[in-house]
Design a protein around this ligand. Structure first.
Ligand code: CIR
Length: 257
């Protein structure tokens, strides 16, 4: 795998009204969120990718989490049908940008009654694990796997019990290495990988991203950082604490392809 492009979207002031399961963390501070976003883009650029930065969309508080309305594979892009009502329209906002990179035969869609959030999709080579969650349903997964198979790729379902999205708790770092936390530690689906177990008190740190040999790790998770460095990866640390307040992690903030 080698990524050449990344798509991000600036947060809007409405980020403060993003969906959250953790209101006790308080609302994101917009100015700080913008700084963190700038640092995130700078880290990506250090990994040798071209970054396409889309403008903020105030009508969609969670629209900076571009990973959810689309999934991009090496064979084509899939526009999803996001499972949260306030986010569903994000798919129409991202599609024109996706079409700048892919022609018609290489753009597919998840359609109602199927729902799917890209945060539930984890790419491991040519196989895609798909979390069945509050956002991603059985029909969405069925359509998704059908599209993948049409492109010579494969997919399989992973039922979730606790976390929002699959990648909230498990992330693939390439080279057989996988960061796993909580409910994913013992799942048979991931038995064949070199699992790095993320301790419960650093669970948010399980959401790291591999970009061309460098792993970007969220700031404040020292056990995770050390484990990733011990695997031999170069690391970059980025603070995403404002996004954490609305359940967002490092991976959600970009589409990498
Ligand atoms: C949401 O609940 O949809 C947003 N507040 C957070 C989305 C995070 N995205 C992701 O994990 N892929």
């Amino acid at each position: 795998t080698k990524f050449t492009n990344v798509i991000v979207r600036k947060p809007g002031r409405s980020l403060c009204d993003g969906i959250t399961s953790a209101p006790e963390l308080g609302q994101p501070i917009y100015e700080r969120a913008v700084e963190e976003h700038d640092d995130y883009i700078a880290a990506l650029k250090q990994c040798g990718v071209e970054v396409t930065e889309l403008p903020a969309l105030e009508a969609y508080p969670d629209s900076c989490f571009v990973e959810d309305p689309a999934v991009i594979t090496r064979c084509g892009a899939i526009i999803t049908n996001p499972g949260a009502d306030t986010r569903n329209g994000e798919k129409d906002e991202i599609e024109p940008t996706i079409r700048q990179f892919f022609d018609d035969e290489h753009v597919a869609h998840i359609v109602a009654p199927g729902t799917l959030d890209g945060g539930d999709v984890m790419m491991v080579g040519d196989h895609f694990f798909v979390g069945r969650s509050a956002r991603t349903n059985e029909e969405g997964i069925r359509q998704f796997i059908e599209i993948l198979e049409g492109w010579g790729l494969s997919g399989s379902e992973v039922p979730l019990e606790e976390v929002l999205h699959l990648k909230t708790g498990v992330n693939y770092l390439e080279d057989g290495n996988m960061l796993v936390s909580g409910e994913f530690i013992d799942k048979p689906d991931f038995a064949e990988y070199n699992k790095v177990i993320v301790p419960e008190d650093e669970a948010y740190g399980a959401n790291c991203i591999w970009v061309n040999g460098t792993v970007i790790v969220p700031e404040g998770y020292p056990t995770v950082l050390k484990a990733v460095q011990d695997l031999g990866y170069k690391t970059l640390v980025v603070d995403t604490s404002e996004y954490r307040k609305v359940d967002g992690g490092l991976s959600c903030l970009s589409l990498r392809f």
